[in-house]
Design a protein around this ligand. Structure first.
Ligand code: SF4
Length: 348
C-alpha cells in the first residue's frame, strides 16, 4: 500500500489552490500569510496580503512602518495584536539577524507572535526543516485518519498528534506534507460534519471513513456553561450630561469606559434605597428595558434605569450625549441602554 505521506504529497502537488503566498518560498511571505490567516478566511486575507506586501515589500519596510499606517493596513482584519507582533518581530529580525529569517525552529519560535504552528509552517515550507505544523485543520484530519476519539482541544492529545505528524514527515518534503494536511482539512476533510470522503485521496487509509465515524470526529471537551452576572445599569443624568467611569485596568473590558452599575438586579425600591445610601439626590427614576450581553465566558443579565439627579456627584466623568458618541466609545454591552439617549437625548 502506498504510504500516507506519498499519497498526500502527490495529491497536494496536483490539487493545491493557487494562492499568492504559494508563488515562492520566501519566509517573509509565508509568515505574513500565516499570521493573517489566523482567525480569518483565505478569501478575506488575499486582498489584505497583497495590499500589505505592496506597502511593505520587505521585513525592513515593515520594521520601519509608522504604527498608524500599520494599523490602517490591518484595519478590518481584527486582533490588532497580530499586527503589532509582526512589527516587533520584524524589528528583531532586522536588529539581530540583518533582516534575514533564521532557518531554525527555536529562533523562529522565539519571535513575538510566532508559536509552535507558525514556526513549524515557516520552518518546513520556507526552509524544509523536518518540523510539524499542527493547526486545527491538521488536528481534525489526523483525528479522523487514526479514528482518535480523544478531545483534540486537550493539550496532551495535541502533543500526541503533533508527535504522530513528526514521525510521518517525509524526508525532504516536510513543507509539502504539512501543507497537504492543512489543504486536505481546508478543502476536503471539512469541519462541522461535512467531510467529502468520496473525493478524499486518503480514504483507503482513513479509520474514520472505514468505521463510519467521520461525522462524529473530532471530539472536543464539552464547553463549560458561561458564568451569569446580574447587574443594574445606571444611566445617570445631571445638567444635560451622563455619568461614565473607567473600568479597572485588568479583567473584562479592561480600561474601557462604562455606565455605572450595581451588582445584582435591583427593583426600583431597592435601587432608590441604594442610591440614597450612596448620597445621590434623585429627582426621578424610569425603568429601562432589561438587556443581556454575551461575552466569551460570561453573560451579563442587566436591568437598567434612567435616573435624573438634582446634583452631579463627584467620582464620575460627566459627558454630553454627543461626547459619548464621539470621545467615550463604550462597549456594545451598554448599547441597549444608550439607545435611550438616541430616542431622548435630554433624558428624563
Ligand atoms: Fe477526512 Fe473522510 Fe478523508 Fe477520512 S476519508 S481524511 S474523514 S475526508
Amino acid at each position: 500500500m502506498v504510504p500516507l505521506p506519498n499519497i498526500l504529497c502527490r495529491w497536494f502537488t496536483e490539487n493545491k489552490r493557487d494562492l499568492p503566498w504559494r508563488q515562492d518560498k520566501n519566509p517573509y511571505h509565508i509568515w505574513l500569510s500565516e499570521i493573517m490567516l489566523q482567525q480569518t478566511r483565505v478569501e478575506a486575507v488575499i486582498p489584505y496580503y497583497e495590499r500589505f506586501l505592496a506597502a511593505c515589500p520587505t521585513v525592513h519596510d515593515l520594521a520601519a512602518l509608522e504604527e498608524q499606517k500599520l494599523l490602517k493596513l490591518w484595519e478590518g482584519l481584527g486582533y490588532y495584536s497580530r499586527a503589532r507582533n509582526l512589527q516587533k518581530a520584524a524589528c528583531i529580525l532586522c536588529e539581530q539577524y540583518g533582516g534575514i529569517f533564521p532557518a531554525d525552529f527555536h529562533a523562529l519560535h522565539s519571535l513575538p507572535g510566532i508559536g509552535d504552528y507558525t514556526a513549524g509552517a515557516i520552518g518546513s515550507i520556507a526552509f524544509g526543516l523536518p518540523v510539524p505544523a499542527v493547526d486545527g485543520n491538521v488536528l481534525r484530519v489526523m483525528a479522523r485518519l487514526s479514528g482518535d476519539s480523544r478531545p483534540i482541544d486537550d493539550p496532551k492529545v495535541k502533543k500526541d498528534i503533533t508527535m504522530q505528524v513528526q514521525q510521518l514527515l517525509p524526508a525532504g518534503q516536510s513543507g509539502d506534507f504539512n501543507q497537504a494536511l492543512m489543504e486536505l482539512g481546508a478543502t476536503v476533510c471539512l469541519p462541522h460534519g461535512a467531510p467529502k470522503c468520496q473525493s478524499c485521496p486518503a480514504a483507503s487509509l482513513c479509520t474514520a471513513f472505514q468505521q463510519g465515524t467521520a461525522l462524529s470526529l473530532p471530539a472536543r471537551t464539552p464547553k463549560k456553561p458561561r458564568k451569569i452576572q446580574q447587574r443594574t445599569i445606571l444611566l445617570l443624568h445631571c445638567q444635560g450630561k451622563i455619568a461614565v467611569r473607567r473600568r479597572p485596568a485588568k479583567g473584562l473590558l479592561a480600561g474601557l469606559w462604562e455606565l455605572p452599575a450595581y451588582e445584582g438586579v435591583l427593583s426600583p425600591d431597592a435601587l432608590r434605597q441604594a442610591l440614597a445610601q450612596d448620597g445621590f439626590s434623585v429627582r426621578e427614576i424610569l425603568s429601562l428595558r432589561p438587556a443581556k450581553h454575551i461575552f466569551t465566558h460570561i453573560e451579563w443579565h442587566m436591568a437598567g434605569y434612567d435616573i435624573a439627579l438634582n446634583a452631579c456627584p463627584d467620582g464620575f466623568t460627566w459627558a454630553t450625549p454627543h461626547e459619548l458618541r464621539g470621545a467615550y466609545a463604550l462597549p456594545s454591552a451598554f448599547r441597549p441602554f444608550l439607545q435611550t439617549l438616541e430616542d431622548n437625548p435630554d433624558g428624563l
